[in-house]
Ligand binder design. Structure first.
Ligand code: AMP
Ligand code: TRP
Length: 329
């Protein structure tokens, strides 16, 4: 059976971008593939969280994964830092990664811009750690959002390069997997760019009903179309993208016709989006509350996940050590 791996950094609550970009695929895939999902807590160190931040966020993401429907019986969930073999593979991959190519990664350049006082080496080698997460499992498919495509290309590059340097056919090139027919980029409620924690434009899975409605009703729009069949400006296109995700294609087409004949009332469209968002999120919200208060269950799931992932990781590391020329330990 094909193997699937994916992870999310624990840097706050999951939002709709995470859900439509990643977690929804996780839930779909667990029935058809050999899946494992993890919480990328080492990656989150690139932004220097406090110990308290890390502890709480790991628990939060785990509860949210479960609330979205990931079933640890089908797909073990583990915490990245519980599987220390990943570090060894990270080290080997670092030795074959070059400064120039790492500096050219867009997300690195973005971080340099966003946190100029903290351009640490972990940020630079972020793609090496991510490749280690993936190659460790010899994953065939990695469900991620569009923003991860460059990191995925790096993972494929590192796999090919390792094989070439050691003249082996060892690592497979992992494919990105998108739940929809193309990669999703969920736009933010401010009408620009993508929904993201650091952008402050998110609808969180744990937001209560009132907050969901308020945030959607306040989503940025314009004065409305001034000509028939007018091309949509970016803010409006983004609202339609969100509408299709939340309310479905039929609803988006319906409002699209109204846009084209200039009868659209954004307020009506948003009301429907808010109602559909609440229908989607109400049961998830309830389950988040239940899971996050059950520490014993969360601990058990993390322990079982770590065991499953470590067993696989150990096998890979033994083989990699042998290929590179290290002694068996
Ligand atoms: P992050 O929250 O940036 O750690 O992302 C975790 C996962 O969610 C990755 O697979 C991202 O590609 C996905 N993701 C985050 N934000 C978005 C977004 N606005 N649209 C689509 N996917 C996203
Ligand atoms: N870089 C991913 C993100 O920011 C998180 C991540 C780390 C990941 N390692 C991974 C995703 C391995 C998929 C596979 O969202």
């Amino acid at each position: 059976m094909e193997r699937v791996i994916s992870g999310i950094r624990p840097t706050g609550n999951l939002h709709l971008g995470n859900y439509f970009g990643a977690v929804k695929s996780f839930v779909k895939m667990q029935d058809e593939y050999d899946c494992m999902f993890f919480i990328a807590d080492w990656h989150s160190l690139t932004t220097h969280p406090t110990p308290e931040n890390i502890r709480n966020s790991v628990k939060t993401i785990l509860s949210e994964y479960l609330a979205c429907g990931i079933d640890p019986e089908k797909a073990p969930i583990y915490v990245q830092s519980d599987v220390k073999q990943v570090l060894e593979l990270y080290l080997y991959l670092n030795m074959n990664a070059y400064l120039g190519e790492l500096e050219r990664v867009t997300s690195f350049k973005e971080k340099v811009r966003k946190q100029p006082d903290n351009v640490n080496a972990g940020l630079l080698t972020y793609p090496c750690l991510m490749a280690a997460d993936i190659l460790m499992h010899k994953a065939d498919k990695v469900p991620v959002g569009k923003d991860q495509e460059q990191n995925m290309e790096m993972a494929r590059l590192f796999a090919r390069r390792f094989n070439r340097i050691y003249n082996v056919e060892y690592f497979k090139e992992p494919a990105s997997f998108y739940f929809a027919d193309k990669a999703v980029k969920v736009p933010g409620l401010d009408g620009t760019g993508k929904m993201g924690k650091s952008e402050g434009n998110c609808l969180y899975l744990c937001d209560d009903e009132k907050t969901v409605t308020k945030k959607i009703m306040r989503a940025v729009t314009d004065q409305g179309p001034t000509q028939l069949n007018q091309e949509k400006p970016e803010v409006i296109q983004n609202l339609f993208t969100l509408c299709e995700l939340l309310s479905g294609k039929e609803a988006a087409d319906y409002y699209n016709d109204q846009y084209n004949n200039m009868t659209i009332r954004y307020g009506d469209m948003k009301k429907q989006m808010a109602a559909d968002a609440n229908t989607l999120l109400a049961p998830i919200r309830e389950r988040i509350l239940a899971y996050s208060s059950d520490d014993a269950l969360l601990d058990r799931i993390m322990r079982q996940g770590a065991e499953a992932a470590s067993a696989r990781a150990e096998k890979t590391i033994e083989e990699v050590r042998e290929i590179i020329g290290f002694r068996k330990i």
